[in-house]
Design a protein around this ligand. Structure first.
Ligand SMILES: Cc1cc2nc3c(=O)[nH]c(=O)nc-3n(C[C@H](O)[C@H](O)[C@H](O)COP(=O)(O)OP(=O)(O)OC[C@H]3O[C@@H](n4cnc5c(N)ncnc54)[C@H](O)[C@@H]3O)c2cc1C
Length: 491
């Protein structure tokens, strides 16, 4: 089985039914359309890396099913080493694209999560979910596909359960169970890399109770399945620089965030891995988020690597040595490495599930997500601080103005500062702007879930009473010091 290449991947996308829209337009070919081609290119870089002798160890591995060399993002993660392997892919991807590549990331995590949950389901109910999943994974490995992962529903009113929502379409649900499959309906939101994906792995967005068993669904669908309409969100990779040469406005890479509208989509049984068993949705979200929130530390670190590099280069392009900024640059590097180290630590401290899937330590992984929602913003602030105002608030002229016949030359003279050309300074400023306030910003705050959600897990996983015991024992305090009873309300 030959490893798939960029050309195979592009050909597979070109064959798909057009169902991606942006600016009201149906995109006939996502590989060439300016609104989506940069996101596709980011994913192409992953295929290039898998076929590059210097990077193949990061991007490929051996299938535990076939023994063949496969793309790592189609593999099973059954050890701490495999999970840290996921982190290395994420960091490299960011280093090479400057942005997020969701379809070689979220679906991968979803398949490993479901491997564990389907085993538990099969044991309890005598179902054959894991065998179905295995068939799909083997096929996905052979085809070397990209798989986006869709957990987040449009949700509707955050204060209401799905069964209480005035509009049921805000959450993807099982509308009808048939002998040969299910019909699903509803919306998933903000799904990364959908336009660049071959398939989409659908998971429940949160833990549901018995009233919401119609939302307890895990399945995988082709991205172009009949009945699915995808609307890509407006973003900085949206092709406004259609006629601008590479690198002047945004990089040749990018990211897309899709809104997935499922209208009576039929999913055959062989692609359904959870179907109404609401009591297992908490496990799906728990296993998924432990690994995702460990590994997300590597995405932001990869982008931080580029930010440290861009800030250093900007100082030089401004005519200054990097030396006076070394304190800030070291500070950036420390923050940057913290989320990587914490994520790797969560992986190292994890444990194997009886199914073989390996899961990161929850307390460490969710604590990492809180840092991911904090530290990269500090790194961005420092990159802006070092680089100057031209990277900060849309102060840079456009490429059209920079090369304008009437005043372009004057602008170019104004932008010349250090020894490098004004053109290089222009491009570096644009990159830093992209990394700090533009489309290069990975989902540090809400990607992988909100920091408050992560803090909730930290709260429940921290053994506060055990810690009280340590404190009291050290000082020889035997008496029980209880929480005071809540004060009675005055009449
Ligand atoms: C760049 C990026 C990439 C993403 N990629 C993907 C992807 O590939 N796949 C995917 O499935 N999702 C993806 N997401 C979505 C992401 O998982 C969600 O944004 C995240 O889970 C938060 O959900 P939300 O945006 O609906 O925010 P909300 O749920 O609206 O949360 C907003 C705030 O309200 C709080 N809150 C919410 N509900 C309650 C409540 N009931 N009580 C009290 N407080 C509450 C939250 O903690 C948060 O502080 C991505 C997001 C981003 C930003």
């Amino acid at each position: 089985m030959a490893l798939k290449t960029r050309d195979d991947y592009l050909a597979s996308l070109k064959k798909m039914r057009p169902n991606v829209y942006k600016f009201g337009e149906l995109i006939e070919d996502v590989t060439t359309h300016p609104a989506t081609r940069r996101a596709v290119e980011s994913h192409c870089l992953a295929y290039d890396a898998a076929n590059d002798p210097e990077l193949e160890d990061i991007y490929t591995t051996t299938s535990m099913f076939s023994g063949e060399k496969i793309l790592r993002w189609n593999s099973m993660m059954q050890s701490a080493e495999a999970l840290i392997g996921n982190m290395h892919v994420k960091r490299q991807n960011y280093r090479r694209s400057g942005t997020c590549t969701g379809a070689v990331c979220v679906g991968w995590n979803a398949q490993n999560t479901l491997w564990a949950v389907t085993q538990e389901l099969d044991e309890e109910f005598g179902t054959d979910y894991q065998a179905r999943l295995k068939n799909w994974i083997i096929d996905a490995q052979e085809r070397g596909i990209t798989v986006a992962g869709a957990l987040t529903d449009a949700k509707g009113n955050r204060g209401l359960k799905p069964s209480q929502q005035p509009d049921p379409f805000t959450i993807v649900r099982i509308k009808e169970k048939r002998d040969d499959g299910v019909v699903i309906s509803g919306a998933k939101a903000m799904i990364c890399g959908t336009a660049s994906s071959n398939e989409v792995f659908i998971l429940p967005g949160t833990a549901y109770g018995p009233d919401d068993e119609d939302c307890a669904l895990a399945c995988v669908v082709p991205r172009d399945i009949e009945g699915l309409t995808i609307v890509e969100a407006r973003g900085p990779s949206d092709g406004r620089d259609l006629n601008t040469p590479s690198g002047y406005e945004v990089p040749e890479t990018g990211v897309t965030q899709g809104w997935l509208l499922f209208e009576d989509v039929f999913v055959p049984n062989e692609r359904v891995f959870l179907c109404g068993e609401a009591q297992y949705t908490g496990k799906v979200v728990g296993y998924f988020s432990a690994n995702y929130r460990a590994c997300i530390g590597a995405c932001v670190t990869g982008q931080g690597d580029v930010m440290v590099g861009a800030a250093t280069a900007m100082a030089r392009a401004n005519g200054l040595s990097a030396k006076p900024f070394m304190g800030k640059l070291v500070d950036m590097s420390v923050k940057n490495q913290t989320t990587f180290g914490m994520g790797a630590g969560a992986c190292a401290l994890g444990k194997s599930h009886p199914s073989g899937s390996y899961f990161a330590d929850e307390l460490t992984a969710h604590s990492n997500k809180v840092l991911v929602a904090t530290l990269p913003y500090e790194v961005k602030r420092q990159a802006q601080d070092i680089s100057g105002g031209i990277v900060e608030t849309g102060c840079m002229p456009s490429h059209e103005d920079f090369t304008n016949d009437k005043y372009g030359e004057l602008l170019q003279r104004c932008l010349k500062a250090g020894e490098c050309s004004s053109e290089s300074r222009f491009k570096l400023a644009r990159l830093t702007e992209w990394l700090t306030i533009g489309g290069g910003v990975p989902g540090c705050m809400h990607g992988g879930g909100s920091p408050d959600g992560a803090k909730l897990v930290v709260r429940f996983k921290t053994p506060f009473e055990e810690y009280v015991g340590y404190a009291q024992k050290i000082m020889g305090i035997d008496e029980k010091i209880s929480e005071p009873a809540p004060a009675k309300k005055k009449d």
